[in-house]
Ligand binder design. Structure first.
Ligand SMILES: [Fe+2]
Length: 490
């Protein structure tokens, strides 16, 4: 393997760390590598051209009091493919917070499970305010730039998608919103647009916007909510953006005392805002549905029948968004119950909104617990047939395998990585000149805790259960992470 160390970072984490989300599959790294000629089983497909990017929560310092895995510093892992040759890089996102904490030698902002008042610094980012913008949640490629983002809203950090060179924060010619941008910006390859939202604790509580392929903010409107909410993801169709108001949100009375505690309101509906993609606030149409919390949407599209015009939205319905814990449960059990997709009973689900009548219809797509659905992104916002999700690890925010779902037949194909091997969000890379929606490859990173190594796995998207057609070894075992994307445009 041709491995070059790009940079070493100073970690102040304890050598005998026993935190469940800083050990095992979540063990963070402090070294950045560029690797070529990696040991490979099988053959890198000649027609796989582009880059697989994955963001990772990768902490360098202990938290002030208690670490939540969403607090870790953003690290991007990239496997680029060109003409049968693969190259790997991992780089920290050069956030302002990373630099300040490196200088200070430790955490300067409180994390998700800590009170903001505990932080040494009084500035910060995030809808909650006084957090570090770790830029560790999501990554997309838009207009030739990789953009990493943070679930609590923050900057969009720009990187070269192939080399991961730091290209600074997005400014959108000075129009970047002061409230920041949430993770789960959406790229519409067909329109060349980036759609985004943000949320905050002050009215109107949410905004929605559109950026063109020249990185210009061309649309930005308030989406008025009844109070502070915690939206995590959005969806879009060819003509509409879909925002959500789920009844799991910070207790507004506690916010005034500086406490950010989520509360589930099963008596309230889930509300959906359907707005024309360049629509004004008065054009927002609200639809109500059964109470739930949705972490991630899969896709959405428009259709019509004799009953009128419909917007179809697929995502993962949580049947128990706020799992109960025993009264004597320890802090970790309380804190991490929101990371157990089985406890939250997260399953594929379809909502249908009739734009003609205002009616909502909804129901399950599958009885299997799963999440993190990915599609062939050229079908985003369009009627589609296939999505690819993960098999969660019971009781833990890790993934044991991948599932290919066929919406036309209802059939699934599953591949499990094996005992002690954990994967990540699995992207679909269409073959050039693909002849069908599923003509392409699935790509993921796995970490084998037993063998202490990581690989990049490539599957034929039409033969998931047959296992990977190619395995590429990485220089060092990488941490579990969350969101990923594929870009052929590099
Ligand atoms: Fe997410």
């Amino acid at each position: 393997m041709g491995t070059v160390i790009h940079e070493r970072f100073r970690s102040t984490l304890p050598a005998d760390d026993d935190h469940p989300y800083r050990t095992g599959a979540w063990r963070p790294q402090s070294v950045e590598y560029t690797a070529t000629s990696m040991p490979t089983t099988g053959r890198v497909p000649d027609d796989l051209n582009g880059v697989y990017l994955r963001n990772t929560e990768n902490p360098l310092h202990p938290n002030i009091e208690r670490y939540h895995p969403f607090d870790g510093d953003g690290m991007i892992h990239a496997m680029s493919f060109a003409n049968g040759v693969a190259e790997y890089r991992n780089r920290f996102v050069r956030t302002a917070g990373l630099a300040i904490e490196a200088e200070a030698g430790g955490s300067q902002w409180s994390g998700l499970a800590e009170a903001p008042a505990k932080a040494p610094r009084t500035d910060g980012w995030g809808a909650r305010t006084r957090m570090k913008d770790a830029s560790s949640t999501d990554i997309v490629v838009h207009g030739g730039l990789a953009l990493s983002s943070f679930y609590q809203c923050g900057d969009l950090y720009q990187l070269d998608p192939r080399t991961l060179a730091d290209l600074g924060r997005a400014s959108w010619n000075g129009a970047f919103p002061s409230a920041g941008v949430s993770a789960h910006t959406k790229t519409d390859e067909n329109a060349g647009e980036l759609l985004f939202f943000n949320y905050e604790t002050n009215a109107p509580y949410m905004h929605y916007g559109v950026v063109n392929d020249r990185h210009e903010l061309v649309h930005y409107v308030p989406i008025e909510l009844p109070g502070p909410r915690l939206p995590h993801d959005m969806a879009f169709t060819k003509n509409y953006a879909i925002l959500n108001d789920c009844p799991l949100f910070w207790d507004p009375d506690l916010i005034t005392r500086g406490v950010y505690a989520t509360k589930w309101h099963p008596e309230m509906p889930t509300r959906f805002a359907i707005v024309p993609r360049r629509g004004q606030p008065h054009e927002v149409r609200w639809f109500e549905a059964d109470p739930t919390y949705v972490l991630h949407w899969i896709n959405a599209y428009e259709t019509h029948d004799h009953e009128g015009e419909w917007v179809v939205l697929d995502g993962f319905f949580q049947y128990d968004p706020s799992p109960s814990v025993p009264p004597d449960a320890d802090l970790n059990t309380r804190m991490f119950r929101f990371l157990d997709l089985y406890a939250m009973d997260s399953r594929p689900y379809r909502w249908r909104f009739n734009l003609t009548t205002g009616e909502t219809r909804e129901g399950p797509l599958s009885d299997d617990v799963t999440e993190f659905g990915m599609i062939n992104n050229s079908f985003a916002g369009r009627d589609y047939r296939y999505y690819y999700s993960v098999v969660p690890t019971p009781g833990c925010f890790q993934f044991d395998g991948i599932v290919r779902h066929d919406l036309h037949t209802g059939s699934t194909e599953t591949y499990l990585f094996g005992e002690g091997v954990f994967g990540s969000e699995t992207v679909m890379a269409p073959r050039p000149n693909a002849t069908s929606e599923d003509d392409g490859y699935l790509i993921t990173f796995v970490s084998d805790v037993n063998a202490d190594r990581s690989e990049c796995l490539v599957f034929d998207a039409q033969g998931v259960a047959e296992g990977p057609i190619c395995r590429i070894e990485l220089p060092e075992r990488i941490s579990s992470g969350t969101h990923a994307c594929w870009s052929s445009a590099v």
